[in-house]
Design a protein. Structure first.
Length: 304
């Protein structure tokens, strides 16, 4: 392929320093053609994509998240053109490279593409230094988590394009933190979980599946003052701040991870506060919370 002018402007990042995000085509684009792939097979799907290679694919759930990450890169490079600790976006597809021309031509300034025919494309994530993997396929996400890569399942939905800065919302248990308290809750109920948290208040929580991604995001966040940061991060947890939130705050402090705003919902629905925040992406391990976010048009990713 001859690179377009927009691709020539994409600076190559150092994957050993960059925050590499791998996103599948069905997570970043609205791939209605996937039905064609399932019903008529890869050859018919490839022919369709080749015939429509000059038509832009419509944006999918993760599209505005990737756009906002690229905006952060722009702000970093304005301050320091030599900076290498940037977001680096890898688009991953099980399509053939022939059908990938349309993906390359779909409007995002991305130079890193991986077209593979292997059913388990997650085997390439660690070799690319991927810190976060977003996919519309649950098996892919589970395989990535098994390989030790932060990952989440994106559900296709129509989303509004939020303005900058990049806004990322994390749930607590089983997302940023381990699921230890949730396991106690399942076995001993709410009273048992509250007693456990009080007894463990001085002990940092275990690491959750998205902790590594959050830490690198926080590292980039620290390049800016709070007033001028193009990144804002949020913790929106289902637990009560009085009974169970203290340990979460102390754990974040011990990790050195700064969260701009934290909300402890005490069981209340998360949809209203997400509507106010308008994040580019919301990570949660509860499908009911994901559904609530989708109902108010918030791009969501489930951590199974």
């Amino acid at each position: 392929l001859s690179p377009s002018p927009s691709f020539l402007s994409v600076l190559q990042k150092d994957p050993s320093e960059a925050l590499v995000i791998a996103v599948t085509t069905r997570a970043i684009f609205n791939m209605e053609e996937h039905k064609l792939y399932l019903e008529k097979g890869k050859e018919e799907y490839t022919r369709h994509q080749q015939a429509n290679q000059d038509k832009h694919l419509p944006p999918g759930t993760a599209f505005t998240f990737i756009q906002a990450a690229q905006y952060v890169n722009k702000k970093i490079l304005e301050s320091n053109p030599a900076e290498k600790d940037l977001f680096d976006i890898l688009v991953l597809s099980n399509s053939s490279s022939e059908s990938g021309v349309r993906i390359v031509n779909s409007g995002l300034e991305i130079s890193n593409f991986c077209f593979v025919s292997d059913d388990d494309s997650t085997q390439y994530l660690r070799s690319h230094g991927v810190k976060l993997f977003l996919s519309a396929d649950r098996t892919d996400v589970c395989n990535a988590l098994w390989r030790g890569v932060s990952a989440a399942l994106v559900f296709q939905q129509e989303v509004q394009a939020p303005s900058t800065p990049l806004r990322v919302v994390f749930d607590g248990d089983a997302v940023l933190f381990s699921n230890e308290t949730d396991q106690v809750f399942q076995e001993q109920g709410l009273e048992g979980a509250v007693e456990y948290e009080r007894a463990m208040e001085a002990v940092p929580m275990g690491e959750g599946p998205l902790k590594a991604f959050a830490m690198h995001l926080g590292k980039i966040r620290k390049k800016f003052s709070q007033e001028n940061s193009p990144i804002r991060t949020y913790l929106v947890a289902a637990c009560s701040g009085r009974d169970m939130g203290i340990r979460a705050v102390k754990t974040l402090r011990q990790w050195g991870l700064t969260i701009d705003e934290a909300f402890f919902m005490d069981g209340a629905p998360k949809g209203p506060i997400l509507t106010q925040i308008q994040p580019h992406i919301f990570f949660d391990n509860g499908l009911h919370n994901i559904q609530g976010a989708q109902d108010v048009g918030v791009p969501s990713a489930w951590v199974p």
